[in-house]
Design a protein around this ligand. Structure first.
Ligand code: ADP
Ligand code: MG
Length: 447
């Protein structure tokens, strides 16, 4: 398949050629024609497979080929869960749109609201790339109107829901709720109950494209798991990995913001050129850290799941999960910071007693029995935990009020279930079943 077979405008083809892309990736081959045809789309493919261009090209094509609905409203809105990812998508959009008269704005939480109001007013951008909380604030403030919105794109939709942006997404959806709007959702992991629910609300008879399965082994990422007894043991193993692995740049994921600081301090004492990035930092600090890391000022980025999604830094040769992620999908996204666009990468996961149940979740999600690797001279005692015994609650005879409530709930769940049939997948793992659970939102600071 070639880019010229996808129905793209010649001006776009020249642009892609100029940017040095030779042939479309699988997701691009499949998603671009659907996007160009104006259809709603729910698309997933592995990390690093070029999803950004798969949605930016149809968006650009629309600018080239069709007239706007209104004179001043944005025509395309792209939402991402984190500010860093929004900036990256914005940079890719700018590259694709360079030399065209198209206008764009980046609207992020953590930056001056009034400056954004002025910029939106002065520019009347055709494209807005935003984090959902701040975009919803602008809608409320009427500094942005979406009556003329033609395309709504949600990158990493599942993560936005995990971060508690459901309400904001619903408000954005309602503000641009007209029949001619096209909506597209992209992620490497879309088998998520809340995604199905929101997709049923936001998408109109979507085409579903999955290139591979989200739990499939990524061929370009060598993945190893190492058992650890305690924090000191993890640190010793980390030292060993940084010493013995031939690495360019490394991203280390920890469980909490405090851990990023502590570990960074320790690594810098050992002259590892590390820097911490977490959602609690102010935006200027976050911007500086990311731009320095991209310019290789630092070799090691120690972070939380704020950096698990979307970031595309080609020199990241290694990912180390110093702590395992709570959500199994985040494992797929974290390791996907390496091995991008056909490059090879390595990922190491350190599994201690506190990580055990997260690890078991990941194992179930990946539908694999994972074996552990040992490092000579650094073996430990920990070999895993036994399954917890759960007592079955005794069934009580329902009271009349409880029975009424149950009947009401059942009515609700039937309709949800019917909707779910379209998208929702359950994955059998041996004789148990992996079901993405409804989750409490995590704290998000990226509004
Ligand atoms: P994803 O969103 O699927 O994780 P990205 O859109 O971030 O992946 O793309 C990953 C990398 O692949 C980027 O550096 C991007 O420039 C590059 N890329 C995108 N499309 C192509 C292509 N057709 N050929 C080669 N590289 C590509
Ligand atoms: Mg992406």
């Amino acid at each position: 398949m070639q880019f010229k077979d996808l129905g793209l405008d010649n001006r776009l083809l020249r642009k892609i050629d100029h940017m040095g892309f030779k042939a479309p990736t699988d997701i691009q081959s499949q998603a671009i024609p659907v996007g160009i045809a104006g259809k709603d789309l729910l698309a997933s493919s592995k990390t690093g497979s070029g999803k950004t261009l798969a949605f930016l090209m149809p968006a650009m094509q629309r600018m080239y080929r069709s007239k706007p609905f209104t004179r001043r409203d944005p025509r395309v809105v792209i939402l991402t869960p984190t500010r860093e990812l929004a900036k990256q998508v914005y940079a890719e959009l700018k590259a694709l749109a360079s030399g065209t008269p198209y206008t764009f704005c980046l609207v992020l939480g953590g930056e001056n609201f009034n400056d954004q109001v002025k910029e939106l007013r002065n520019k009347d951008p055709m494209f807005v790339v935003a984090t959902p909380g701040r975009l919803a604030d602008h809608l409320e403030h009427r500094s942005l109107v979406l009556d003329g919105l033609e395309m709504l794109i949600l990158d990493e939709a599942d993560r936005m829901l995990d971060l508690g942006f459901k309400d904001q997404l619903e408000r954005i959806n309602a503000a641009a709720n007209h029949r001619r709007r096209q909506t597209m959702m992209f992620s490497a992991t879309l088998d998520h109950q809340q995604v199905n629910e929101i997709a049923a609300d936001m998408l109109n008879m979507p085409k579903r494209i999955s290139v591979g399965q989200s739990n499939e082994q990524h061929q370009d990422i060598e993945q190893q798991f190492i058992l650890c007894d305690h924090l000191d043991h993890k640190e010793a193993i980390l030292d060993h990995l940084l010493e013995s692995e031939d690495h360019q740049q490394v991203i280390i994921f920890t469980a909490t913001r405090a851990d990023t600081e502590r570990l960074t301090e320790k690594l810098n004492k050992d002259k590892r050129k590390a820097v911490a990035l977490s959602g609690g930092m102010n935006q200027t600090a976050r911007n500086n850290i990311m731009s320095q890391f991209e310019r290789h000022v630092h070799k090691v980025l120690v972070t939380t799941d704020v950096a698990s999604r979307g970031l595309d830094i080609s020199a990241v040769s290694h990912v180390i999960n110093f702590d395992m992620p709570k959500h199994a999908e985040e494992y797929v996204h974290r390791v996907g910071r390496t091995g991008r666009a056909g490059n090879k990468g390595k990922a190491f996961s350190l599994v201690g007693p506190k990580d055990w149940w997260s690890f078991k979740n990941i194992e179930a999600f990946l539908q694999q029995t994972i074996s552990f690797d040992a490092i000579e001279g650094l073996g430990g005692k920990f070999k895993g935990l036994k399954p917890k015994q759960t007592r079955k609650p005794q069934a009580k005879k329902p009271t009349t009020a409880a029975k009424k409530q149950k009947d009401a709930d059942n009515t609700k769940s039937t309709s949800v279930k019917r909707r779910d049939k379209t998208f929702y997948k359950t994955v059998a793992v041996g004789d148990s079943v992996f079901m993405p659970k409804k989750r409490k939102p995590e704290t998000n600071s990226d509004s």
